[in-house]
Write a protein that binds this ligand. Sequence first.
Ligand SMILES: [Zn+2]
Length: 399
Amino acid sequence: MDTLITDINIATMQGSTDYGALYDAAIGITDGSISWLGAAAACDESAAQSVIHGAGRWLTPGLIDCHTHLVYGGHRAQEFELKLQGESYEHIARNGGGIVSTVAATRKLNEQQLAAVSAPRLKRLLAEGVTTVEIKSGYGLNLEDELKMLRVARQFARDHEVNIRTTFLGAHALPVEYQRSEDYIDFLIDTVLPKVAEENLADAVDFFCESIGFSYEQCRRFALAALKLGLPVKGHVEQLSYLEGAKLVADLGGLSVDHLEYLPESDVTFLKQAGTVAVLLPGAFYCLAETQLPPVQKMLDLDLPIAIATDLNPGSSPIASLLTIMNLACTQFHLTPETVLRGVTCHAARALGMQDEVGQISVGLKADLVLWDIEVPAQLCYGMNLVQPQMVFKNGRLL
Ligand SMILES: [Zn+2]
């Protein structure tokens, strides 16, 4: 063994009860992976090159933020202030606000500049014990700038100690150059998607199925084109209204459906049958002061995997803290701390198709681990800004 961490409690997140906890336990790490798990009393300290004594602290899998838009230019603080001064959304949008302003600010930056303004947001997540992050494009909305966003996200995997999964979200909004969304979807399918696939810039695709985004039929066309190129599908669905987007993603065997406030209880069954993960985003719910709750109880009744993510973006969820979001998931969506911790570990891994690599503490998986100075796992969810990692291990290496 390269490293042995002993005298700890381990939230393995295996099984379905009590965080999969192992008490008074130890863990062995070899070549970046978890090679041994067992009782502290049963471990052989002389078999390890280095030994860390955890003094009864808790070890969890590295946290996973499975839905972010953290690569973007500019911010929307003026807009935030104008809204609070009573300006209408229509007025702000007519004056170039909303997503249009983020697209303009993102297009203006070259690749290096975009990386420089986005990296601090990634680092804030990593400082909280996040070791895997999904990053979407969707503020370029043309060939050159969508590719630029994805390249920046890919570069982050090389420059930082983190697993990055990139998602092509070309079908996020209609860019100002287009009058008809049909024409833009054609452009995405004929021109952008093939280039994204050819340069291996995305691990999945995503769309915004909504009256202010794209229709069911447009999203379906886009998703089928992506599947043909071997790219799995995710979707922003049923956030503001019900367009059957979740069912569409489930029918296509997609990885995850995200938001879901307007998902009817009857559609939860389709997700369960398809093995599609429900990704809940309490940050957007909170920032938009939404009142329509996703059908959480039905999801729990059917034992649907629920993931939780920041949705970090400049408009509806400017929150660069997965720990804060974990608290919001409890307080806004009435989820238990255990469900939430599963939502940022094993179920988040599934939402990214990474369940065989990360998300649990289990022999053979990557040693992406966080040691916390807490007495019970619920402390991770119970407050805001009360806890931080004591130690973070990425591929078995102490950061
Ligand atoms: Zn989103």
